[in-house]
Write a protein that binds this ligand. Structure first.
Ligand code: ADP
Ligand code: MG
Length: 254
């Protein structure tokens, strides 16, 4: 009988600050952020407009670098990497889901999901199989050959989630993922995130809607660029609170 091995956190922010611009016109968007997100957590980041949510998302997503402090993503210090290295880390370690889906237009769902695997130089046959499996897993296996304009908002977001998970990232990072969806489609998307988390994936999601945040296991509030509250609502190792048992892939209403 061995004690459970201590696992490396997915992300660690130590004394992270971010300013835009220099000198007189410098704007401080984040101040002294201390944040540890363990593997398997499901975190909602809330805060009013201008509180620093997007800045935090950009730092965590390796889209931008902190002005001060350190950021460790799966133990790798990414605060000192150059743009090429950051792009590599982004592709390998992070799956992004955006409010506006950001799918490539006039390109099939299947091809959209294959794209990150093309960048990762995964061979064609494996690429195809993994993309198909990801689309089936989020309940749009029957829409693989459709282009985004032929899909509902909820279906487009499912394709975007398939694209985010197909690389098996350490972290799923979502910015207002239900912001453009009606209540029913939003709830379905949140079930997908809940199921992905139940399967062990780490999810960090920005939202300003308390109802959406209630799907998470931990809720962080930003105020004027600082962490104002950090509330664990469900134990790290428990199932996400609003997970509905059963096969999410079969619940699609469309
Ligand atoms: P949120 O996403 O919570 O609305 P942001 O992270 O976008 O907040 O912004 C936090 C603060 O940083 C705001 O005061 C905003 O005006 C400022 N800010 C954000 N991006 C930039 C930028 N590129 N240049 C200058 N100031 C910025
Ligand atoms: Mg924002």
């Amino acid at each position: 009988m061995s004690a459970p091995r201590r696992r490396r956190p997915t992300l660690v922010l130590k004394g992270v600050s971010k300013s835009y611009g220099a000198g007189e016109i410098s704007v401080r968007a984040l101040t002294d952020i201390e944040l540890v997100v363990e593997r398997g957590d499901f975190v909602a980041v809330m805060g009013s407009s201008g509180s620093g949510k997007s800045t935090l998302m950009n730092l965590i997503g390796c889209l931008d670098a902190p002005t001060e402090g350190r950021y460790l993503l799966e133990g790798i210090d990414v605060s000192r990497l150059d743009d090429v290295e950051l792009a590599f880390i982004r592709n390998r370690k992070i799956g992004f889901v955006f409010q506006s889906y950001n799918l490539v237009p006039r390109t099939s769902a299947l091809r959209n999901v294959e794209l990150p695997l093309i960048y990762a130089r995964v061979p064609k046959q494996e690429r195809r199989e993994r993309a198909e499996a990801a689309l089936v897993a989020v309940g749009v296996g029957h829409r693989m050959q459709h282009v985004p304009a032929e899909l509902s908002g909820g279906q487009q977001q499912r394709v975007a989630i398939a694209r985010a998970i197909v690389t098996q990232p350490a972290l799923i990072l979502a910015d207002e993922p239900t912001g453009n969806l009606d209540t029913a489609a939003g709830a379905e998307v949140m079930q997908i995130f809940s199921r992905l988390n139940a399967e062990g994936r780490t999810v960090v999601m920005i939202t300003h809607e308390p109802e959406i945040a209630s799907y998470a296991k931990r809720v962080i509030h930003l105020l004027d660029g600082r962490i104002d509250a950090d509330r664990r609502t469900t134990p790290l190792t428990a199932l996400p609170p609003l997970l509905v048992a059963g096969d999410v892939a079969k619940t699609e209403t469309a």
